[in-house]
Design a protein around this ligand. Structure first.
Ligand code: 4NP
Length: 170
């Protein structure tokens, strides 16, 4: 295996988590990657997503989520995977879509350092701060998918600004 390049800084790493990793968290991953790329910070911030279930392991995002994303010029193309305990140490921020999954992930943490990395993504909402979770759109209709994208664009912007400020990124 290749040795890490000496002196190279570790990236700031973000992991978005929902239940299936085919609707909300891959959308959050795609939205955040697009913000990071727009600011040319892809060498500084890395983004991934996972599900608390492994039901859709290896699948592309749900076709409805992909279609709604395309209308906003996103390409949601990650492959679903299940959250693993090693993610607690691999990522700096673990950003959860709703209260149920937040409770599941927190329940898997071994110590306070791991717990301190876990946040509800809506903690970073600005315009939509009255929403305290990203509702599951899986059994919903087209307007439910649009709402997910509205909420995620807002919360990802808020999260990006916080990280940019905390780490003094230009
Ligand atoms: P996600 O949505 O957690 O946003 O990916 C769901 C995807 C699949 C299922 C539920 C929610 N499912 O029941 O298979």
């Amino acid at each position: 295996m290749r040795e890490p390049i000496q002196g190279k800084k570790k990236k700031i790493s973000l992991l978005f988590v929902c239940l299936g990793n085919i609707c909300r968290s891959p959308a959050a991953e795609g939205i955040m990657k697009s913000i990071v790329e727009k600011h040319d910070l892809q060498d500084v911030i890395e983004v991934d997503s996972a599900g608390t279930s492994g039901w859709h392991e290896g699948e592309l995002p749900d076709t409805r989520m992909r279609a709604h994303g395309e209308k906003r010029k996103y390409d949601f193309c990650s492959r679903a995977r299940k959250f693993r305990k090693s993610d607690f140490d691999a990522f700096d921020y673990i950003l959860i879509m709703d209260q149920n999954n937040y409770n599941s992930i927190k329940g898997m943490a071994d110590n306070t350092e791991q717990i301190s990395k876990v946040h509800l993504i809506t903690e970073f909402s600005r315009q939509y701060s009255h929403h305290n979770e990203i509702p599951d759109p899986y059994y919903g209709n087209s307007s439910d998918f649009e709402l997910v994208l509205d909420l995620l664009e807002d919360a990802c912007k808020g999260l990006f600004l916080k990280i940019k400020n905390d780490f003094s990124l230009i």
